[in-house]
Design a protein around this ligand. Structure first.
Ligand code: THU
Length: 160
């Protein structure tokens, strides 16, 4: 039998009553900013908030385009801005929330593959994990302790 490489990926499910103040703040910021998203094509509004090691929080949303591939996800929007402006400040946590236009409740969202790869980049740059908090339709947080739980077997080393 051939050798097998196995990894364990897990998400912690956190009920609303058990959220920390920090988690509640990050989710609130993601919920607020998703309302300002430019998503006329998918009508799927996404907000992302990023906590830095100095306690500052920045947020952004998805920006779609009539030429669909030009659109940018909320996670990459906030990471590009923050890492461009504060290249030496470590990102600690990113929270994501989503809603379908016209609906009241929240939609379950997890970062797309490109966003996962971008989160991975800043884990490499700073040498530490970035926690990913994802809101689901029951308003629980699904918490990934680092990108390895969302992107196992990821590309993170040019030298093999
Ligand atoms: N989207 C995000 O902004 N973040 C995610 O985590 C999932 C997807 C956006 C991309 C597109 O504008 C819309 O949601 C539908 O895919």
């Amino acid at each position: 039998m051939n050798k097998k490489i196995e990894v364990t990926a897990s998400l912690e499910v956190i009920a609303k009553n058990d959220w920390t103040v920090e988690e509640a703040t990050l989710i609130l910021k993601a919920k607020e900013i998703l309302e300002l998203a430019h998503a006329p094509y998918s009508k799927f509004l996404v907000g992302a908030s990023l906590l830095l090691e100095n306690g500052e929080i920045f947020s952004a949303n998805n920006q779609e385009n009539v030429s669909f591939p030009v659109g940018v996800c909320a996670e990459r929007a906030v990471l590009s801005y923050v890492m461009g402006n504060f290249p030496n400040t470590k990102p600690i946590k990113i929270a994501i929330a989503a809603k379908r236009m016209g609906e009241k409740g929240y939609a379950y969202v997890t970062p797309c593959g490109m966003c996962r790869q971008m989160i991975n980049e800043y884990e490499i740059k700073f040498g530490s994990s970035i926690e990913i908090l994802m809101l689901n339709g029951q308003e629980e947080i699904l918490k990934a302790k680092g990108i390895e739980h969302l992107l196992p077997f990821r590309f993170h080393n040019l030298n093999g």
